[in-house]
Design a protein around this ligand. Structure first.
Ligand SMILES: Cc1cc2nc3c(=O)[nH]c(=O)nc-3n(C[C@H](O)[C@H](O)[C@H](O)COP(=O)(O)OP(=O)(O)OC[C@H]3O[C@@H](n4cnc5c(N)ncnc54)[C@H](O)[C@@H]3O)c2cc1C
Length: 705
């Protein structure tokens, strides 16, 4: 038997090595064809300009660290005030053409646009992965994870936000945050445009994916047959199923860089510095005031000062790391690494939450006899990575490049562990006409770090066959993980202890979820496909009877997956909570002029994907910052809004959805200018700066794509 396994392993590795070339060849052909034929993707006119090192000023009003989902929103909203100078610092480059294409979602992981984190090994999770470590992709590119994510647009549940508020975070209840979701949104799905839960005219466009498999209607039928509603999971109720909603524009990715930064690429008061890593926030140990940052760009170092605030938007792994390296964190832990402690903040890096998922729940099926339709029934790499796909994409703007096979249909359900009468589901499903065998192990296997022998034993026998899978995700895990410094250098990745299934309740919920997922595979709607589960069991789980609770539990602990939603590592909370790192206005407790604005601040993870909630947090934070500096509702740059809409049309901002939001024109009136100047003078009295120097005109940067 052992011999058979090692032969299979050798075969599998050899086959992958041989197919890698054609796979990469396809990507190169796609890339060059796109450069030639799709100027809309290159969008040269609207790309942001990188501010070269020598043009970076010594002082800005605000320094935003990290140009990801949150940082891009902040850079846009804060620079609406023409009297503030904003510096946005991003460690990665600009987006590339391949990031626009939904189908390439798995390809972006482990690429240079990914920081390539890995979890530390543990007893209860990731057992089927190499060295027991799961990969945790995090983006290193403008737009952050919104540029490499799966584009799924999910806001979470009313109860999530009401719970945040109940914890002592005023202004974060659902009724308070809904207007901020709507403010960002440009809902383009026809049936929801007029819906009171959606906004139109915001920078972030939301659409259905343009391409669907022939299997998608059956997935929805199957859910209906089991009694679930087909509904807008971002509307009044969440429990039910839908074709996935995506942050998409004309079928292509709409990252926050595209949505929020490109429209303000010509603002004189916004500098964006790419390939720039912030090493530390400077905090004065006597005044406890954040005064600036130390950064490195292409090998050169510089200190830049913030006359108003430094804002950390480096994401849930890097923001806590930067806090710790800057002297804010658990005292003993910082001292272990020789970091001078400025504020003992025990919650930094704690409270790590993620949506843990179970991978590998794969089903084989057969296409209906004589099927000759155009749509694929499931993803099959040799069939899809073909010249015809490139032609359709470049010439007709359609075809499989507009497809997200990893989650075509999404659902939210409640297991027996959730309150059945409540609409607060504890499980999310991704129904996918895709499995580990679909791409021959080239991308998906690599992305999750699946061990070679596991792949060859379980998925190699099914490569390129008709398969689909259902991914089960636990929505509100009880387990809490932790981040720890490896040393006191920003270049060393932070250590991740996800503690998946550390609380056994999470495993029980997962097992129930997997069993319910299994029912979705065996409905009448699916019967015509002769569906059967992959007969090859994960090594280590063979002794368990298929479909038994023990089997699913074993699979969950072996084929553990992140759904890429680490949150909560610098959580917000009231003063009474010693583990709260930021207050409800997202100011770092114990430090002046420093905020964290990204998905680190979520006290509890939301019920669903975390990009839209992060964008909401940043929208709300921008208003709080303006309010704290006395300029809320005063400046609004209508002249640059939405000019990048591919249709070329300008759309109207939905100000009216925000309580008390004043409609203002692009031209600030004299009183307002005076107000801002006064505020600025106050700052200057305290600290002489070169603040009023005019922002230098920027040069056109190098081409990143
Ligand atoms: C592979 C993947 C798939 C996902 N799929 C979905 C999905 O389909 N739907 C969804 O809603 N959510 C999804 N998410 C999660 C979602 O995208 C994130 O929760 C969200 O983007 C987090 O935003 P953020 O602003 O907190 O951090 P990020 O978007 O990660 O931004 C942080 C930025 O800071 C930069 N940075 C870090 N350190 C430094 C430093 N020292 N100096 C300068 N810059 C720095 C990074 O390069 C990055 O650009 C996915 C995430 C990933 C990784």
């Amino acid at each position: 038997m052992a011999d058979l396994h090692s032969q299979m392993n050798l075969y599998s590795m050899t086959r992958m090595a041989l197919t890698l070339g054609p796979g990469l060849g396809f990507l190169m052909y796609l890339h060059s064809s796109t450069l030639n034929a799709r100027p809309d993707i290159l969008d040269r006119e609207n790309r942001i300009h990188d501010t070269p090192f020598h043009q970076l000023m010594d002082h800005y009003d605000f320094i935003v660290v990290g140009g990801g989902s949150a940082g891009s929103v902040l850079a846009n909203r804060l620079s609406e005030n023409p009297f503030w100078n904003i510096l946005l610092l991003e460690a990665g480059p600009d987006e590339i053409s391949l990031t626009d294409m939904p189908l390439l979602f798995p390809v972006l992981q482990r690429s240079p646009l990914d920081w390539q984190y890995q979890t530390e090994a543990g007893e209860t999770y990731c057992k089927a992965m190499k060295e027991g470590r799961c990969n945790w992709p995090r983006a290193k590119v403008l737009g952050g994870c919104s540029t490499i994510n799966a584009m799924l647009y999910i806001r979470g549940n009313r109860r999530d936000y009401d719970r945040w508020e109940e914890l002592g975070n005023p202004g974060w209840g659902y009724d308070d945050v809904l207007p901020y979701f709507k403010k960002s949104e440009d809902m383009r799905i026809e049936e929801y445009k007029e819906d009171k839960y959606h906004g139109t005219g915001g920078p972030l466009t939301v659409e259905y994916f343009r391409y669907h498999s022939a299997m998608a209607p059956s997935f929805l039928e199957s859910a209906k047959e089991l009694g679930y509603s087909i509904l807008d999971v971002n509307g009044e109720y969440q429990t039910g199923f839908t074709l996935s909603h995506g942050t998409l524009r004309d079928g292509l990715r709409c990252s926050t860089a595209k949505a929020f930064l490109r429209p303000c690429c010509n603002r004189e008061n916004l500098h964006v510095s790419l390939l720039t890593t912030v090493e530390k926030v400077i905090i004065d140990p006597e005044s406890y005031q954040a005064t600036g940052v130390i950064l490195k760009k292409l090998g050169a170092k510089k200190t830049i000062y913030a006359d108003r605030e430094v804002i950390l938007s480096a994401g849930s792994l890097a923001s806590p790391q930067l806090l710790m390296l800057s002297g804010v964190g658990p005292k003993d832990h910082l001292e272990d690494f020789g970091v001078d402690v400025i504020v003992d903040s025990p919650g930094v890096g704690m409270n790590l939450q993620d949506h843990v998922a179970m991978g590998g729940q794969v089903y084989l099926f057969e296409m209906p006899d004589g099927y000759e339709g155009d749509e694929n029934y499931c993803f099959n790499l040799p069939k899809v990575f073909a010249p015809d796909t490139v032609d359709k994409f470049t010439q007709k703007k359609d075809g499989p490049m507009y497809w997200l096979p990893v989650c075509e249909v999404m659902g939210f359900v409640s297991t027996k562990y959730a309150n059945q009468s409540d609409d607060w589901p504890d499980i999310q499903y991704f129904m996918a006409p895709y499995s580990d065998g679909s791409d021959g192990g080239l991308f998906g296997r690599r992305a999750v770090n699946l061990a070679d022998d596991v792949y060859s034993a379980v998925y190699e026998p099914n490569i390129y066959k008709e398969t689909f899978s259902i991914l089960t995700l636990v929505m509100r895990p009880y387990s809490r993980g932790r981040l720890m410094l490896k040393n006191n250098k920003i270049d060393s990745k932070i250590l991740i202890y996800p503690n998946y299934y550390g609380d056994p309740r999470d495993l029980k919920i997962m097992v129930e979820g997997a069993k319910m997922a299994n029912k979705l595979a065996y409905t009448k709607a699916m019967k015509k496909y002769n569906v059967r589960i992959n007969p090859y069991k994960l090594p280590g789980c063979e002794e368990h009877e298929t479909f038994s609770d023990d089997y699913w539990a074993c699979q969950a602990q072996h084929y553990t997956m992140t759904i890429y939603h680490p949150t909560g590592t610098a959580k917000m909370g009231p003063d009474s909570d010693p583990m709260a790192v930021v207050d409800p206005r997202l100011k770092v407790r114990g430090v002046k002029n420093l905020r964290v604005v990204d998905c680190s601040v979520l006290p509890y993870i939301t019920t669903g994907n975390t990009n839209a909630p992060t964008i909401m947090v940043a929208e709300k934070a921008a208003d709080m910052i303006k309010e704290d500096w006395g300029v809320l509702h005063k400046y609004y740059d209508s002249s640059e809004e939405h000019e990048d809409n591919a249709s070329g049309e300008k759309s109207e901002e939905n100000h009216d959805q925000l309580d008390g939001y004043e409609e203002v024109t692009g031209k600030p009136n004299a009183d307002l200018i005076e107000g801002s100047v006064k505020a600025k003078e106050e700052v200057l009295r305290e600290k002489p700066t070169t603040l009023m120097k005019k922002t230098p005109k920027r040069q056109k940067d190098m081409d990143y794509w």
